[in-house]
Write a protein that binds this ligand. Structure first.
Ligand code: ZN
Length: 152
């Protein structure tokens, strides 16, 4: 048996159903089944898995990370925010949390934050800290906002 490559995984042959799945399937996996199975390990799992996914993105610049978030339909990004030692990525229509009301009471897009973290690491940015400071379904904000603190 051989290991499944990214190329293998992306060979999709579904003439009728195509390359999309209902978002409900993703959300049940991500927000219901995973935490039920993984319990307290969910956070660590999301961090690792998100970092791996972020590394797979074909990106070379922070701006391309923003484009990749939008084209992969994680959400619709606002333009990248850049300050000294900090990047911020904001997106609407988050595939994980947009529409969840009332809000849960804490940010819930840690996997998405980890994807962004992985992508920044991939392009050689020294990441100090990644934090979701706004979250639609988690905190009732109008966007999900991921702040990436970098070494200066
Ligand atoms: Zn979100």
């Amino acid at each position: 048996m051989r290991k499944i490559s990214i190329k293998d995984a992306l060979k999709i042959n579904r003439p009728v159903l195509g390359d999309r799945i209902p978002l409900a399937f993703w959300r049940i996996l991500r927000l219901i089944a995973m935490p039920r199975v993984l319990g307290k390990k969910t956070e660590a799992f999301n961090k690792k898995v998100g970092n791996e996914i972020g590394k797979i993105f074909a990106v070379k610049t922070p701006e391309e990370i923003v484009t990749a978030i939008t084209t992969s339909q994680i959400g619709i990004c606002n333009p990248l925010e850049k300050k000294k030692g900090m990047y911020a990525i904001e997106f609407k229509e988050c595939f994980t949390c947009s529409g969840i009301t009332p809000p849960i009471g804490k940010p819930i897009c840690d996997l998405e934050a980890a994807i962004i973290e992985g992508a920044f690491k991939k392009i050689g940015v020294k990441v100090k800290k990644v934090q979701e400071t706004k979250c639609m379904g988690g905190l009732g904000d109008d966007v999900c906002r991921i702040e990436v603190e970098t070494e200066k």
